[in-house]
Each structure stands twice: as structure tokens, then as C-alpha cells.
Design a protein around this ligand. Structure first.
Ligand code: CAA
Length: 387
């Protein structure tokens, strides 16, 4: 088995949330439908000076602060389905604000919520060929559905950033995975649209069917049985979907710890599976040497079931208290503010909303996005060239 995997991992989301209890009142729905039927309590909502780039920089800054220096990062992959530019990769902004080396490659990839897993597997192959290299993967998405639609309570958004390297400290990614791709119109966002179009029931059906197929392929390829797996994280567009996934593969153990963060952030698409992994890491007593199954699903669709082994000293690389404090420090907004957040597309001069990190989208001038950093960034960089 190659000894490559996640060396450090962190997340970010908006400093604002909207309580689904409040949404239920305004939509004339019983809160039980959202809390029990869908499995969600709050959703992150974003002021117009926060976007997929600003939260991505915040998450990436936290992830790189846990490594010695950034000089060995020579590939940055930005995974998203909320892209605002069909040409320039959003990762270029991350590269700039993190002061990464000029000869670090940057690219953006897309396949709905699956994209960060595609990035993870590409990164693993890259490190296999370049053992001294580190790859920074960022998955960042803001999920918006039409107000009043059935998808509305499953909105949310977050960014996750992780470093893939040899001799990782958090999770060794095992060889062998089960993949399933099929052409289906369950969820998509044409270029002209700012909100996704979806067939909720079809998407849920295909999520489960793809899980069944990819999990069977994983077991066959790795010659394992379900009892060889200690915990499972599922892509979680909403908590209940993950629970249905567990039922589909006859998974008996609790997945509660994987869903704690998701239940108050909402769907974060490409970041979602890894937010579930972080939630499990932060909220479980001791996972060292456990095998974690991971199910990634991106509508359209591509699904992959793979696994990893938690490293012996992973606890020294996670920050559960900090993560909890970050989520608890978010501000609850009213229904009127929620409607304002839904309408606002561009930063307004008068806005003074707090950002998750030190970065904000200040303006859009001549169709150019202008980002600023409020404080200084503390990223250590060794300027010596790599061999
Ligand atoms: N108390 C408790 N439970 C209640 C209730 C109440 N008062 N009222 C209803 N419920 C239950 C229902 O019985 C139902 O439970 P089951 O699913 O176990 O049958 C559940 O609440 C949801 O009710 P509905 O099916 O009536 O809900 P809906 O039609 O309004 O929509 C949804 C639900 C389809 C998930 C919708 O939110 C949606 O389309 N979301 C967006 C698409 C999505 O997230 N798809 C997931 C798979 S695709 C994917 O994973 C990619 C991605 O990230 C988008």
C-alpha cells in the first residue's frame, strides 16, 4: 500500500446562519420535516462580500498553517461547482493570497459534489510520481436553490482544504476504490442560471443506486467485507440522505458523529464529504488505526467509494475546540436578512458584514473581482527551488 494521504485538513464557512426553525414558520411547514425528515437544523448563508474564494482562502490558510512550510506545494487543485468564471481558475486567488511558489501549478476541476474526491485521487497519483511534493486540494461551494422550492432547506456552503502528501499525519488513502458513472439529469446548473435545477427524488434514487454499485465494486476490488470497515462518511446533501445511504448498504453502526457539522452548515457539495470526515475526527474519542469508508457522490453523475486508515498521531493535527468555537461564534440572521442575502449578488459599499477569515470580496469592477485581506497572512515559505 502506498503511504500517501491527508496530512492536514481544515474548513471554513460563513459567519452567518439561518435557522430552519425560522424557515419552517415562513414556509408554513412543520419544523419536524426539516429536523427529522431531512435531518438539518441550520444552514450557512453568505453575505455578498463572502464567496467561494474567500472561504477557500480561509480554509487553505488554516490547512497550510499545520505544515512546516509551503515550499513543497507544487500543485493546487480547486474543486467546485459554484464557479463564477469559465476561464480563470478560482485557485489562482488562493495561490496569490497564500503566497505559494510561482512554479506551483493551479487548476480548477468540476463534477458536481464529486470534484474534491476527483482532486484527492489525482493528488494521490501526483504524489506517487513526485514523492517530495505536496498538493493543496480545496473544495469550495455555496449551494443555492430558489426560495420556496423543495431544495431550499438543503442549502448551505463551506470550503474544505487538505494537503495530500507522502507519510501523512491524518489519513492514509488506501489503494482500490469502487467507481460508478452514469449519464442522468438529476441536478445541474446551466451556464445561464445562478441556481441549480434538480429532480430531488431522482437525485436521491441515483445517490443510493450509485452507492450500492460503487460499494459492491469497492468490496470486490479490495477483497474486503463490510466488517473490515470501522466507520463510514457519506456525502451529505442533508443528514437524512446519508442515513438512507447507511441503510442501503446495511451499515449497522452509528454515523451520528459524521453529521454534527453538516446539520448546522447544510449542503456544501464538494466539501460535504470532508466536512463529515472532520466532524467524525473532531467528535470521536479515538480513531487511530481505524478504517474509514468514504462515499462521494456528484450528480450527473459520478460516485466513488474508497477508504483510508486513520494515522496513529492524527490528534496532534486536528483542532476540535477551535472548529466548534468557530461554528458557535456564527451569527443568526432574521428572515428579512435571509431574503436580503438571497437577493444580494454583488458587494455593496455600505455592507459591513463580518467575514469568516481575513479575506473579503470588496468589489466587482469592470467584471474583475477585487479581493482584499484585512490582516497580514502568516504563511511560512521556503524560497529554495525544489529538485
Ligand atoms: N415530521 C417528520 N418528518 C416529516 C414531516 C414531519 N412533519 N413531514 C415530512 N417528513 C419527512 C417525509 O416523510 C420524508 O421522509 P422520507 O424521505 O424518509 O420519506 C422527508 O421528510 C422529506 O419529505 P419530502 O420527500 O416530502 O420532501 P420534499 O419533497 O419537500 O424534498 C428533497 C426533499 C427531495 C430532499 C429536497 O429537499 C431536494 O430536492 N433537495 C435537493 C436535491 C438533493 O439534495 N438531492 C440529494 C441527492 S443528490 C446529491 O447528493 C448531490 C447534491 O449534493 C445536491
Amino acid at each position: 500500500m502506498s503511504n500517501i494521504g491527508i496530512d492536514s485538513i481544515a474548513f471554513s464557512t460563513s459567519k452567518y446562519f439561518f435557522a430552519l426553525e425560522n424557515l419552517a414558520v415562513h414556509r408554513g411547514v412543520e419544523f419536524g420535516k426539516y429536523s427529522n425528515g431531512i435531518g438539518q437544523l441550520k444552514m450557512s448563508v453568505f453575505p455578498s462580500n463572502e464567496d467561494i474564494v474567500t472561504i477557500a482562502i480561509d480554509a487553505a490558510q488554516k490547512a497550510v498553517s499545520k505544515i512546516e512550510d509551503t515550499s513543497s506545494i507544487d500543485l493546487l487543485i480547486f474543486a467546485t461547482e459554484s464557479s463564477f468564471d469559465l476561464s480563470k481558475a478560482a485557485g489562482i486567488y488562493v495561490h496569490h493570497f497564500l503566497n505559494l511558489r510561482e512554479d506551483c501549478r493551479v487548476m480548477e476541476i468540476k463534477q458536481a459534489c464529486y470534484s474534491a474526491t476527483a482532486a484527492l485521487q489525482l493528488a494521490k497519483s501526483f504524489v506517487l510520481q513526485n514523492s517530495a511534493s505536496k498538493v493543496l486540494v480545496v473544495g469550495s461551494d455555496i449551494v443555492k436553490y430558489s426560495p420556496g422550492s423543495s431544495g431550499e432547506p438543503t442549502q448551505g456552503g463551506a470550503a474544505v482544504a487538505f494537503i495530500i502528501s507522502a507519510d501523512p499525519r491524518v489519513l492514509i488513502i488506501e489503494d482500490g476504490s469502487g467507481v460508478h458513472t452514469n449519464d442522468i439529469m438529476d441536478f445541474w446548473r446551466p451556464i445561464s442560471e445562478s441556481e441549480a435545477i434538480f429532480d430531488g427524488k431522482l437525485s436521491a434514487y441515483n445517490y443510493l443506486k450509485s452507492l450500492e454499485i460503487s460499494f459492491a465494486r469497492y468490496l470486490k476490488k479490495t477483497d474486503r467485507t463490510i466488517s473490515d470497515i470501522d466507520h463510514v462518511c457519506f456525502h451529505a446533501p442533508f443528514g437524512k440522505m446519508a442515513r438512507k445511504g447507511a441503510r442501503q448498504i446495511r451499515w449497522q453502526k452509528s454515523i451520528d458523529n459524521t453529521l454534527i457539522y453538516n446539520s448546522v452548515i447544510g449542503n456544501s457539495c464538494s466539501a460535504s464529504l470532508y466536512i463529515c470526515l472532520l466532524s467524525l475526527l473532531d467528535n470521536s474519542p479515538d480513531l487511530a488505526n481505524s478504517r474509514i469508508g468514504l462515499y462521494s457522490y456528484g450528480s450527473g453523475s459520478v460516485a466513488e467509494y474508497f477508504s483510508g486508515i486513520i494515522c496513529e498521531k492524527y490528534k496532534s493535527c486536528i483542532t476540535p475546540e477551535k472548529n466548534r468555537r468557530f461554528l458557535e461564534s456564527r451569527h443568526k440572521i432574521s428572515f428579512e436578512e435571509y431574503e436580503l442575502f438571497c437577493r444580494n449578488q454583488f458587494p455593496l459599499e455600505s455592507e459591513t458584514y463580518e467575514n469568516a477569515g481575513a479575506f473579503q470580496l470588496k468589489a466587482i469592477e469592470n467584471k474583475r473581482r477585487i479581493y482584499t485581506c484585512k490582516g497580514s497572512i502568516h504563511v511560512r515559505r521556503n524560497m529554495s527551488p525544489i529538485g
